[in-house]
Design a protein around this ligand. Structure first.
Ligand code: NAI
Length: 470
């Protein structure tokens, strides 16, 4: 490791590898240090494997309604180990793509574990060398976060697991699953496993599922999940977990009442935390707060030649696409260029059925910020494509600033919401108004027509919404 690099990246997830490739394209010499597999949480234990599972479980549930659309499928069943094998194949293919891209961009990938020493230098331990310095003009930290396991009695019992373990091996013989935490991970796994006929109970501490999102989304989702047999306990605190004769018991209090649910597995999905303190020497000058690295608007830590992006950033948004965008921005800053990405507008997607996608502000947030708003909403049960595709009813809500009618937020809960949201993100970033967006003809029959209707509804003109009684 005697080469002197322009940039050394620690962590090969979407934040790290995207930054490494961008830096190499910009002519920098780059090393990327990864102790495990390239692709990080997103590719190996997060976004990609969960969506691969959800693709199959959604299809399975849809096929169980096959009779309704004239298909006869006899003896429909599933093989969990094959389902997991297919997920692994998707992950493997994408991971090898990342490997090839790094190689083609001449990024030196170092398999090893790194730390930042008291002098702010990167030191790496590989199979060949112990704690060897990697010389670099800039360092970018992108080591991600780990599942946070809350200090609840019984958290160490066998069968009490995080999403990492639930994705690592098929949960054979699991007929009853309890999920602690009704956030993003909780609801996606509830959707996947309930589709396979597994009895699922979600226990969420706050008053609704997805408590950080628009109220209507959490409430609607709870309704949809309950219709599919999922038990949803909100305002519920887990007191302890016990195990007897191979059965787990989750004891919780909901609305003042003590409850116990028996199950085969307990998934703990109560958030993810960075543990940057473990590999950053306290004497290095890099400030951390509750395990997260403190950065400025260019993702520089308190030591200017060291940057940090992604899930390890204190107070940041833990999403793969955010980490990647931050990495590109940070590289731009290193070379004195503005990468031109609006980092304040972040679409977020949840792959339940129906899908959920949000971008910009909610009505509540706009009110809190003192912004007067106008809005339009379309219920997707009137959308032809939704009915054709046997999709659950959902909605599209668009929020604009009163007066200018500049679009400032959108909440979607409908089929293909995760793709439709892009159009609204483009509108927000480019400060487009309701009129600007309504100028476009959207093809028929598509889910996207719901956007036209929601835009028209701002002025009470949506064709497929009944007129209000005068
Ligand atoms: P989260 O922060 O989304 O949700 C955790 C939930 O657990 C919260 O609703 C919280 O109120 C609840 N909770 C916390 N302690 C609890 C307790 N003791 N008992 C009951 N409930 C409790 O965290 P999650 O779901 O673990 O996801 C971690 C990160 O990964 C998130 O930032 C998320 O955005 C990201 N992610 C993104 C996905 C996507 O983009 N589709 C998919 C999965 C994860």
């Amino acid at each position: 490791m005697d080469k002197h690099y322009d940039l050394a990246v620690l962590g090969g997830g979407p934040g790290g590898y995207t930054a490494a490739i961008r830096a190499a394209r910009k002519g920098l010499t780059v090393a990327l240090v990864e102790r495990s597999e390239l692709g990080g949480t997103c590719l190996n234990r997060g976004c990609v494997p969960t969506k691969a599972l959800l693709h199959t479980t959604d299809l399975y549930r849809e096929l169980s309604k096959a009779e309704e659309i004239g298909l006869r499928i006899e003896g429909l069943s599933y093989d969990l180990s094959k389902l997991y094998a297919r997920k692994d194949a998707v992950v493997g293919q994408l991971r090898s793509g990342v490997e090839q891209l790094l190689k083609a961009n001449k990024v030196d990938v170092i398999c090893g574990s790194g730390r930042i020493d008291e002098a702010g230098k990167l030191r790496v331990t590989t199979d060949e060398q112990q704690d060897a310095p990697v010389e670099a003009r800039h360092i970018l930290l992108a080591t991600g976060a780990r599942p946070a396991m809350p200090p609840i009695e019984g958290i160490d019992l066998p069968g009490v697991i995080s999403s990492d373990e639930l994705l690592a091996a098929p949960p054979e013989n699991c007929r009853r699953l309890v999920i602690i935490g009704g956030g993003v991970i909780g609801v996606e796994f509830a959707s996947a496993f309930s589709s396979l006929g597994i009895e699922v109970t979600i226990i969420e501490a706050l008053e609704r599922l997805l408590p950080t999102l628009d109220r209507e989304i959490g409430q609607n989702l709870a309704m949809q999940l309950k219709r599919r047999g999922v038990t949803v306990a909100t305002g519920a605190m887990v007191e302890r977990m016990t195990r007897e004769d191979g059965t787990l018991y989750c004891h919780y209090t909901a609305k003042g009442k003590a409850e116990t649910v028996a199950c085969d597995l307990i998934l703990v999905a109560t958030g993810r935390r960075s543990d940057a303190d473990r590999f950053i020497d306290a004497g290095s000058g890099i400030r951390t707060e509750r395990g997260g690295v403190v950065v400025n608007e260019h993702y520089q830590t308190t030591v200017p030649h060291i940057y940090a992006v992604g899930d390890l950033v204190h107070g940041g948004i833990q999403l793969a696409h955010v980490a990647a965008a931050q990495g590109v921005h940070a590289v731009g800053h290193m070379i004195g260029e503005d990468a031109g990405i609006d980092l304040d507008t972040v679409p977020a997607c949840i792959y339940t059925d129906p899908e959920i996608a949000v971008v910009g502000m909610t009505d509540e947030q706009a009110k809190a910020a003192g912004i007067e708003t106008v809005s339009g909403k379309y219920i997707m049960s009137g959308n032809g494509r939704t009915l054709i595709a046997q999709q659950d009813r959902g909605f599209i809500k668009i929020l604009a600033e009163a007066g200018t009618e500049r679009i400032i937020g959108a909440q979607l809960m409908c089929a293909r919401a995760t793709d439709l949201v892009n159009e609204l993100a483009v509108a927000i970033v480019n400060r487009l108004s309701v009129v600007d967006l309504a100028r476009t003809i959207r093809p028929h029959p598509t889910f996207g027509e719901g956007i036209t209707e929601a835009l028209e509804d701002v002025h009470g003109l949506a064709t497929h919404i009944m007129p209000k009684r005068r």
